[in-house]
Structures are given as structure tokens and as C-alpha cells.
Design a protein around this ligand. Structure first.
Ligand code: SAM
Ligand code: SF4
Ligand code: SF4
Length: 353
């Protein structure tokens, strides 16, 4: 399905800070079977929590329509996320629809998925068959007690490792592993994780605990800066920095000097990367967010459902991106990083991580 010529414009779409629209993160559900302490703490996302009603969720057709228009605007990479995306029934159908999209230059779109890995062993083959290229799997510790405490639903490490094996076996790659580091909770396992995944096909990335949303009890004291993560690993397994794969890559790359692979450091709190941020997020109910820390989204579902044409939707999305000024992390760093921004903030599980 080529990007419609009617939608494509030669003038590149850039925001007020000259950042192109390159990445689209589509949240396919706000539900999750985990209750990670840094994302969906049980006390807030309990039995009575009101998740999104079905009719408010975008259909796969609606998501694909937005994706096609985004691709005409320059998006080359689409990441499916949530909530836990593998909980969305029939996700393979959406992947198959997105896999048909082509950029204005005729290239397929890079389709990726971020998952907690709990259903990966069962679904890897179907995802691959549908056209998924690669996955990122979240795994915060190899220490079973620590991992069970962090996902807070007593889910064992072994089943995530089985999911990783299955993803690798069907050829989903490169496979990345995200470890959110919380000081005092799983930081004792940093070097162990590095050692375990060194020399394997998996690329381990360490993410600073972020102050996204308002329910995870964020505190700067619980953030272990990436520089410290690096120092701890480097002391035992020497590393050297590698150039980024592309402008706007969130992760700083370091490789083992003995040639046995690389790690990534995502320093969202201590070293902002807003100046190259090219990501747009669409929540499951069709709100477009131009920043992870935005307090409000732009309602695209209304346009999808009121008979607006592709051209009208495209113009609306273009206008939103052109006006974009977001650089929340950079502004927070300028306040020494210790200050937590105030005001309404959207939860990660809703906006899509
Ligand atoms: N459920 C999927 C998963 O966990 O991979 C996809 C959605 S999750 C919101 C996406 C990513 O955001 C995960 O790697 C997760 O660890 C990360 N994340 C969630 N809350 C975070 C926080 N407060 N700080 C840093 N990363 C966070
Ligand atoms: Fe669920 Fe992912 Fe959030 Fe954990 S990080 S609660 S797996 S959405
Ligand atoms: Fe992008 Fe907003 Fe994160 Fe900055 S704070 S990198 S603008 S999502």
C-alpha cells in the first residue's frame, strides 16, 4: 500500500525546532497483565480502575489510516506499544496491515513492538508471519525475586527468557532488552544482566527511571544516572562508545572492547535528547501526543469518525507537528533535574511507552 501521492508533499515536515516527524508510537491498548511498580502500581491500577471502553479504542483500520498518513509525512518507523500490546486481540492483523505500507521512496516501514514478553513464547511465530521485523522486550532483572517484585504479579523470569528464545528462533531481530533501573530495587543486578547478555544476539539497554505520569511515586533519589550504570559495568567489563545508528536515537551505544556486543544507555532524566526527538505518539483512543510529558493530546479520532477526508486528516496532523515546541526533559534538566514538573501528566500505560 504506497503512501498516497495526494498526501505526499515534497517540503519536509518539521516542527518549530526543525525536528522532522520520523517515528510513530501506536498504543494499541491501555491494559496490562503486569503491574510494574514504576508504571502501573497496583494501588492506582487496582480492580476498580476504569480502563478504556472498547468503543473508544481505535480499530485496526483507523490505526492503519493514521499510520499511512503519518508515513506520507515522513514516518519511517512504527512501534506498537501500550499497555501490553500482546493483550490486544488479533494484533497480528494490524501488523499485517502496517507491513503493507510504503514510504514515499517506496521502502517498507520499519515495524517494531515493545512488549513485556509474557506472551511472546506463544505468539512469536504468528507475529513474525504477520510481518513484524523486531521486538524490544522489557526485563528488569534476572534475579527472580526482584523481577517478581517489580512486575508485582509474581511473574517469573524463566517465562520471559523462553519468550526471548522463541523470538530469536523465528528470526525477529535485532532483539533489544529494556531494563528500567530503580536505585535500591534492581540496581544490584546491573552487572549480572550485562554479563548474561554479553556475547548473545540480544542488546541490553538500561533506562533511567522517569517521572512520567503521576502515579509511580517518582523520586530523583530512585534514579540511578546512566553514568553510574556505565561506570559499574565498565569496571568489570570494559566498554567504548560507538557512534549512533541515526540522528534522534534515544540510546547512547557502548560496545565491549573484546568485541562481544554492545549495550545502550537511555538517559531520559540526566541527559535529555529532546533536540533530536522525532517521535509522535497516538494513544489507543486516537489522541496525538507530541511529547511523553504532554498534558493534552490532539483528538484525531473525532476526525477519523466525522467523515473527514485523508487530506483533511493529513493537514491537521501536519499543522500539529509544525507548531510543536516540546522539550520537556531539556527544560527539566535546566532545573537541575531534581525538580519534578507539576501539572497534569499522562500515564505511560495510556500514552504508550
Ligand atoms: N508493556 C510493554 C513493555 O513493558 O515493554 C510496552 C509498554 S511499556 C509502557 C514501554 C516501556 O516503557 C517499557 O520498556 C517500560 O519498562 C518503560 N517504562 C514504563 N514506565 C517507565 C518509567 N517510569 N521510567 C522509565 N521507563 C518506563
Ligand atoms: Fe505493563 Fe509495560 Fe507498564 Fe510494565 S511497563 S506495567 S509491562 S505497560
Ligand atoms: Fe521527546 Fe518530550 Fe521526551 Fe523531549 S521530553 S525527548 S520532546 S518525548
Amino acid at each position: 500500500m504506497p503512501a498516497s501521492p495526494a498526501l505526499h508533499t515534497d517540503a519536509p515536515l518539521v516542527d518549530t525546532l526543525n525536528r522532522p516527524l520520523h517515528d510513530l508510537r501506536l498504543s494499541v491498548t491501555d491494559r496490562c497483565n503486569f503491574r510494574c511498580v514504576y508504571c502501573m502500581p497496583k494501588e492506582v491500577f487496582g480492580k476498580d480502575f476504569a480502563f478504556m471502553p472498547r468503543d473508544e479504542m481505535l480499530s485496526f483500520e483507523e490505526m492503519t489510516r493514521l499510520a499511512r498518513i503519518s508515513v506520507a509525512h515522513g514516518v519511517e518507523k512504527i512501534r506498537l506499544t501500550g499497555g501490553e500490546p500482546l493483550l490486544r486481540k488479533g494484533l497480528e492483523e494490524l501488523i499485517a496491515m502496517l507491513a503493507e505500507l510504503r514510504t514515499p521512496a517506496g521502502r517498507p516501514v520499519d515495524i517494531a513492538l515493545t512488549t513485556n514478553g509474557s506472551a511472546l513464547a506463544m505468539k512469536a511465530q504468528a507475529l513474525k508471519d504477520a510481518g513484524l521485523k523486531r521486538v524490544t522486550v522489557s526485563l528488569d532483572s534476572l534475579d527472580d525475586t526482584t523481577f517478581r517484585a517489580m512486575n508485582d504479579v509474581n511473574f517469573p523470569v524463566a517465562r520471559i527468557l523462553a519468550g526471548l528464545d522463541a523470538a530469536h528462533a523465528v528470526g525477529l531481530g535485532p532483539i533489544k532488552i529494556n531494563m528500567v533501573v530503580k536505585r535500591g530495587q534492581n540496581d544490584h543486578d546491573i552487572v549480572n544482566m550485562a554479563r548474561y547478555f554479553k556475547g548473545t544476539p540480544y542488546i541490553l539497554r538500561f533506562i533511567e527511571f522517569m517521572d512520567v505520569g503521576t502515579s509511580n511515586g517518582w523520586d530523583m533519589a530512585a534514579v540511578l544516572p546512566s553514568s553510574e550504570v556505565l561506570g559499574r559495568i565498565h569496571a568489570e567489563l570494559p566498554l567504548e562508545e560507538v557512534a549512533p545508528n541515526y540522528t534522534g536515537e534515544t540510546s547512547r551505544r557502548w560496545r565491549y572492547v573484546d568485541g562481544e556486543g554492545e549495550i545502550g544507555l537511555i538517559s531520559s532524566v540526566t541527559q535529555s535528547f529532546c533536540h533530536t526527538c522525532s517521535r509522535a505518539r497516538v494513544s489507543t483512543d486516537g489522541k496525538l501526543f507530541t511529547c511523553l510529558f504532554a498534558s493534552e493530546g490532539h483528538d484525531l479520532r473525532a476526525l477519523l469518525r466525522d467523515g473527514s477526508s485523508d487530506e483533511q486528516l493529513s493537514a491537521a496532523m501536519g499543522a500539529i507537528w509544525r507548531q510543536r515546541t516540546d522539550r520537556a526533559s531539556q527544560l527539566r534538566s535546566a532545573q537541575t533535574g531534581a525538580v519534578r514538573s507539576t501539572g497534569t501528566k499522562i500515564e505511560m500505560s495510556y500514552i504508550g511507552g
